[in-house]
Design a binder for this molecule. Structure first.
Ligand SMILES: [Zn+2]
Length: 389
């Protein structure tokens, strides 16, 4: 067992309120942290640090937990910049462009998809992300949905079966037939490669009855439940997420008072995707309203080639502060521990004893710089499972 003392930390954000200043971020000033193999073994003021085998001096940098990006669609081929350009000129987002990515993804090899995913994971890692959830949903047939999940499994254990992304063109006249396939052979084939099931429950995608059927089948196959809901218009997504005790309901742009109250009374995390609102020119989800009601909020990138070709959690934090009404502290918490809660994980998203040593050092004295200096490369180094790189 090797132990390393990380010292010279001007501000250590632990996201453990039992530590440091007692705020939700649990901030310790003039801090040090001990990494033992893959995990955090000690945190506190540098003055009291124990002896270790080796030391690293961060020379006054802030340290935060590695970001937990709990909503991505990273495995895909092709790009949709022309569609994005037309949206910037005023065309609405409908989700219809997903078919373009499905065609490109079906035409790509495992190796090509894997290499492309790797490049996106590396971009995310360079910006401080150490845990990533990855969904399928650009295959929409049995062979390609499982292929996407096999690629995703090379990068994360947080894999999500999203066969119910949209109805593929070949089933345009037979919705029920496609839902039968998703709940049957596709689910059986994909479930061994997935931890979660997700449904795009919205206008132009899947309705309430279809969503209920698919989530029930997924739960029956042993998968945890998460949901895309209430993005494009008000619908049953949040209500279903609460009914199914989902880990998370994602987007949450159009919410009734009843939706907010139901979320607050449940353990369902509301995951906000500011990059999607940015790239679709939608009105931003009202994060302030959710937090004031007592809802647990997460922030994720939604990285995908159509509605959010964005790999940067720091950008999402800046947008959440500027456009969704979150304080910088709430946004950082949502991007770390909030994301962990959206994945039912206690071993990531915090820097306290027993957690994985997943951390990012910032070229700044405080985490405030993440939202204060958007677009800057502030992450100077990150560790995942105690390994720098
Ligand atoms: Zn999504």
């Amino acid at each position: 067992m090797t132990s390393t003392l990380v010292t010279g930390i001007s501000e250590l954000v632990t996201c453990d309120p039992t530590l440091g200043d007692g705020s939700p971020l649990g901030i310790v000033h003039k801090a040090a942290l001990v990494i033992e193999d893959e995990r955090v073994a000690w945190v506190g003021e540098a003055l009291h640090a124990p002896a270790t085998d080796t030391q690293t001096d961060l020379e006054g940098r802030a340290v935060i937990p590695g970001f937990v990006d709990s909503h991505t669609h990273l495995v895909f081929a092709g790009e949709r910049s022309a569609e994005w350009e037309s949206r910037m000129a005023g065309a609405p987002y409908t989700g219809g462009g997903i078919a373009t990515t499905v065609a490109a993804t079906r035409a790509a090899s495992f190796e090509k998809l894997r290499a492309h995913t790797q490049s996106l994971v590396e971009q995310m890692r360079a910006q401080g992300t150490t845990t990533i959830e990855i969904k399928s949903g650009y295959g929409l047939d049995v062979v390609h949905e499982v292929l996407i999940l096999e690629v995703a499994r090379d990068f994360t254990r947080e894999t999500t079966f999203l066969g119910a992304h949209v109805i593929p063109a070949e089933y345009a006249g037979d919705r029920e037939g496609y839902v039968d396939l998703v709940c049957g052979e596709m689910l059986q084939t994909c479930a061994p490669f997935a931890r979660w099931i997700d449904v795009f429950c919205d206008t132009g995608a899947f309705d309430e009855a279809e969503t209920r059927r698919i989530l029930s089948a997924g739960r029956g196959a042993g998968l945890g439940v998460r949901l895309h809901g209430n993005q494009l218009e008000h619908g049953p997504g949040v209500r279903l997420a609460v009914e199914f005790a989902a880990a998370s309901v994602d987007h949450c742009n159009h919410l009734s008072d009843e939706d907010v109250e139901a979320l607050a009374a449940s353990d369902v995390v509301a995951t906000l995707l500011p990059g999607a609102d940015f790239s679709t020119r939608a009105a931003y989800a009202n994060g302030r309203r959710l937090l004031d009601a007592g809802v647990t909020v997460a922030i994720a990138t939604d990285c995908n080639p159509g509605s959010a070709y964005i790999t940067s959690m720091p950008l999402c934090i800046a947008l959440a502060v500027r456009e969704m009404g979150l304080t910088p502290a709430e946004a950082l918490y949502a991007a770390t521990r909030g994301g962990a809660r959206a994945l039912h994980r206690e071993d990531v998203g915090r820097l306290s004893v027993g957690a994985y040593a997943d951390l990012a050092a910032l070229d700044a004295p405080s985490y405030l710089h993440l939202a204060y200096r958007p677009g800057s490369q502030l992450v100077s180094q990150s560790w995942r499972r105690g390994t720098p790189g």
